[in-house]
Design a protein around this ligand. Structure first.
Ligand SMILES: [Zn+2]
Length: 491
């Protein structure tokens, strides 16, 4: 029998979210319960298990799992210390194993640790030794570091954005681990940093210009693009071409550098065009069909707090009478709605309770729905928790208020609270990219709004202080020459 240890630690943070996240913002699980959860969902671990389960001689050791409930602000020191201790204790407790699979993100940063995933991998190596096969999967928004690649034997990364290949990525990582354990491959990881932050529709892998880079980079043992989360302000922030050689190192290095040049040359297309808040509200009010107002500046799945009321406030200020559906995180407003009860009319301040970029907006409305905020994601079936939630209808604005942030890249929150976006003239979508089927189909207009926020695509508005400079588009860069870094572990 061969034993494989499986662990997970996934979270993405925005350094510009003023609210630090805590240990309590993670769903933590151990052992069999952790594996049992993933057998029911289309996650990386789920994909990996589907591969491992095909081997009668493989025994799985369920280790430790910490999944961010949703993306968030920088993790408190004490929170990461506890999470890392539990993770590494689980690695120790597994005893001698034949291989390791970790599902990580790549954009988790704590107050005192910038590269949390690199730290977990480095500390794991101290426990399992230098030669043990360790296969790791990452998010395409991960910030790839030398430390990660020094300690992983082989890495995998999503090929899709918006992400629809969690399961497939985990399955690839598992197959690589099996081949590594069988001595079939001798991978060398190649990283080519590109000093560019990218956003916008051309970063969509199905339709955008980035597609050719992803296809080229993935045409090897394991590869893809790491475009980073532009809001995780750490030293290594930037984009990377990632490829894995298996006996063809020189050719793979040359190809990775060529892809980096291709990516660099298309960087000006990989930006998000934005309309001012005022213009956006005016355009939405003037439309005759359904409008999607994209508020990527308060994208909870990128690490924003979710308490922006900016678009609703501007629509109301302009006297717009078209119906709008919008999510706002505001625990105190939910409390007030809950205390009043369904059917009651309340006057309540909404938004701006977490991020001082926003001013609380006073509204009067009717409490339509109260819920516990427990949902199943329509995208992947995962359990999501928005905390106690309330729907308050304030004239043309229907606000879905939640106690805590939850991912908003699909309709889960709206539908779970009885609100179908298709029934509204306008929907505020706090996510940069969503699958077309959720909001865009049947919509007359999509407006990318330049609202203030911790995850604004207006990158210059954020005030990066820690990332290595120069970094385009924050700084002009005249000449860029790709330089590959190669990481090879002992066989
Ligand atoms: Zn991502």
């Amino acid at each position: 029998m061969r034993t494989i240890l499986v662990c997970e630690c996934k979270q993405e943070i925005s350094s510009f979210n003023p609210v630090l996240s805590r240990y309590e913002d993670f769903l933590v699980d151990w052992g069999e319960a952790f594996l049992a959860y993933h057998r029911r969902v289309r996650t990386e671990v789920g994909g990996a298990l589907s591969v491992f389960d095909q081997y009668p001689d493989v025994r799985l050791a369920g280790g430790y799992c910490a999944r961010g409930i949703t993306s968030a602000g920088t993790l408190e020191s004490a929170g990461f210390a506890r999470l890392a201790r539990e993770f590494l204790d689980a690695v120790r407790a597994a005893g001698p194993v034949d291989g390791v699979y970790f599902a990580l993100h790549g954009a988790l940063a704590a107050e005192d640790v910038e590269d949390c995933e690199g730290y977990l991998l480095e500390e794991t190596r101290k426990i399992v030794g230098e030669r043990l096969p360790v296969s790791v999967s990452f998010d395409l928004h991960g910030i790839l570091t030398d430390r990660m690649l020094r300690h992983a034997s082989v890495a995998s990364v999503y090929h899709t954005n918006p992400h629809v290949d969690f399961f497939e990525t985990g399955a690839r990582a598992a197959r690589l681990l099996m081949r590594l354990m069988d001595g079939e491959i001798r991978p060398a990881s190649i990283r080519v940093p590109v000093p560019a932050l990218v956003r916008g529709p051309q970063c969509m892998t199905a339709t955008g210009r980035i597609r050719t880079c992803v296809e080229r980079a993935s045409a090897c043992l394991s590869g893809g693009m790491f475009i980073g989360n532009p809001f995780t302000d750490v030293a290594d922030l930037g984009s990377n071409v990632f490829m894995t050689a298996d006996g063809d190192e020189a050719a793979t290095v040359a190809e990775a550098e060529a892809i980096a040049t291709e990516f660099w040359n298309m960087r000006q297309f990989l930006q998000q065009k934005l309309s001012s808040l005022e213009d956006s509200a005016r355009m939405a009010a003037a439309a005759t069909g359904r409008v999607v107002l994209i508020d990527a500046a308060d994208a909870t799945s990128s690490g924003a707090p979710g308490d922006s009321n900016a678009i609703v406030a501007e629509l109301l200020r302009q006297g717009c009478q078209r119906t709008v559906l919008a999510p706002i995180v505001d625990a105190a407003a939910v409390d007030q709605a809950s205390a009043a009860g369904v059917g009651a009319t309340i006057t309540v301040d909404v938004g701006g309770s977490l991020d001082p970029r926003y001013t609380p907006l006073r509204v009067t409305g009717v409490v339509r729905v109260l819920s516990d905020g427990c949902m199943r994601s329509e995208s992947h079936g995962e359990a999501w928790y928005a905390g106690r939630s309330a729907v308050v209808q304030c004239g043309p604005a229907t606000l879905v208020l939640t106690s805590r942030p939850v991912s908003l890249y699909d309709r889960t929150l709206f539908l779970a609270n009885g609100q179908d976006p298709a029934a509204f003239d306008m929907t505020v979508v706090k996510s940069p990219l969503s699958q077309r089927r959720f909001f865009e189909e049947g919509a007359q207009k999509l407006i990318n709004v330049d609202a203030p926020g911790a995850t604004s695509a207006n990158l210059q508005s954020l005030g990066h202080t820690r990332c290595a400079r120069p970094l385009w588009p924050l700084d002009p860069i005249d000449d860029y020459r790709p330089q590959a870094r190669v990481f090879r572990r002992q066989a």
